[in-house]
Design a protein around this ligand. Structure first.
Ligand SMILES: *Cc1c(COP(=O)(O)O)cnc(C)c1O
Length: 437
């Protein structure tokens, strides 16, 4: 191992983790939090403010995880915080419509070309699950096509990976999912139009929907070509198949209209989560009115939620989305992110390290190779090993990133140019440590 000048102690977090392991499976309420991929133990976070978080040992970290995406305005944004406090004064949930339903619905539909109607749920997973059911109910067909390397929450039908050999039918990637159900999902590689065409033709007439992360960001950042995405749209039209964009990460992240707006491609349904709730639990799905009207109570597809559209999440969402409409918001975040990319990529090129930062808007990813990649099969095999060293190094220097080489980083409005300079300087040294052997 490497010795670092500054040693950060995390005794309190370590003790809390020992206690948590007795209370929770793996000590956590969501698996990646356990730091297993980096062979560490998680930090217990005490508070967050702007671009920074503090752990239970009073260490301060510059945060590029941003609660895995929702915190595009940084931690504890004053406008969002005020909106939440205001909302709480009048009660937390009624299980009945409130004026906030009108406010957020209008804000989104008036400013998003491809959303005619929307419905709120409580998580991204729930949004995807509901969109899949709606697509099946609307089309009267049952098969779903998904792409290898795209994550859509822990929905049964989508926790599926490609079967071996020539079989295109999916096999479940988690215990507890019936193979019968997994078989209803067909998995194809990203960026392989011919594979997609073959599957669409072979299963013509039985496919309800194609679901894709238009900006795949859960298994590396696998930015696709515009042409590829627009071919998917055209082929879905040709075969009368619904196209679902899972924009739980990209929605409101790469622009107010998300990836659909970024590429000017109209999906039939879009799923949201993360940013749309301003840091409170949320999910949503929307799209063409003709399809959305298939939902209960008007239509035959049942979908419901006790806490759906609760006033606190909606108030936080409205406040966050209004902030995002301020001029230059997205441009500023993109400029800061591109600084990371260009400064690091110049450095690694000059030093002959096979390492690139990939980025789009305010999302970035460490690619342990020297060329842009489009599919999960192209990710360098030694990524986890090298990433572990970088992760450890950065944590010791007060920089917090998602604890896995497959996770992306997020720049927020709260990061300053000085924060970015600090990150770039530390990351350069971390890369040196990882490549020095
Ligand atoms: C995070 C994510 C989900 C799941 O959302 P949860 O709120 O964690 O259930 C689904 N799809 C994509 C693309 C995501 O990034």
């Amino acid at each position: 191992m490497y010795s670092f000048e500054s040693q950060i102690f995390r005794d309190n977090s370590d003790q809390l983790f020992e206690k948590a392991k007795k209370l929770y499976p793996g000590g956590v309420n969501s698996p990646v939090r356990a730091f297993k991929a980096v062979h560490g133990s998680p930090l217990f976070i005490k508070k967050g403010e702007g671009a920074y978080i503090w752990d239970e040992d009073h260490n301060k970290y510059l945060d590029f995880c941003g609660s895995w995406g929702p915190l595009i305005l940084g931690h504890n944004n004053p406008m969002v915080k005020e909106a939440i406090l205001q909302a709480v004064q009048s009660g937390t949930t009624f299980g009945a419509p409130t004026t906030r339903d009108i406010e957020i619905g209008k804000l989104i539909i008036d400013n998003h070309r491809y959303i005619e109607k929307i419905r709120f749920v409580s998580s991204g997973t729930e949004a995807v699950m509901s969109a899949i059911r709606l697509a099946r109910g609307f089309s009267g067909k049952s098969k779903i096509i998904k792409f290898e390397g795209c994550y859509h929450g822990h929905v049964d039908s989508l926790m599926v990976k490609a079967g071996s050999g020539l079989a295109t039918f999916g096999v479940s990637s988690s215990a507890g999912i019936p193979e019968e159900l997994a078989k209803e999902t067909i998995v194809v590689p990203l960026n392989d139009l011919q594979a997609f065409i073959n599957v669409m033709e072979e299963h013509n007439g039985t496919i309800a929907a194609v679901i894709i992360e238009p900006i795949p960001a859960n298994n590396g950042l696998l930015i696709q070509d515009h042409n590829y995405l627009s071919w998917l749209r055209q082929l879905c039209d040709k075969h009368d198949v619904l196209l679902i964009f899972d924009e739980v990460i990209s929605g409101f992240r790469v622009g107010f209209e998300g990836a659909a707006g970024y590429y000017s491609i109209e999906p039939d349904l879009i799923t949201f989560g993360k940013i749309i709730g301003g840091g409170m639990p949320i999910g949503a799905f929307g799209g063409r009115a003709e399809i959305m009207d298939y939902l209960a109570p008007d239509g035959p597809v049942y979908q419901a939620g006790t806490l759906s559209g609760n006033p606190i999440s909606l108030a936080a969402g409205v406040a966050a989305l209004k902030e995002l409409q301020r001029p230059s918001m997205y441009e500023n975040m993109q400029r800061k992110t591109e600084r990371i990319k260009s400064e690091i990529n110049t450095f690694t090129k000059e030093n002959g390290y096979e390492f690139r930062i990939e980025s789009i808007a305010s999302i970035f990813w460490m690619n342990f190779s020297n060329k842009r990649i489009f599919a999960s099969s192209e990710i360098a095999e030694d990524s986890p090993e090298k990433f572990k060293i970088i992760h450890h190094y950065l944590l010791q220097r007060g920089i917090y990133i998602g604890p896995s080489s497959f996770e992306v980083g997020f720049v927020s409005d709260a990061h300053t140019d000085k924060d970015i300079s600090f990150f770039v300087a530390q990351l350069k040294m971390a890369i040196e440590a990882a490549y020095k052997k």
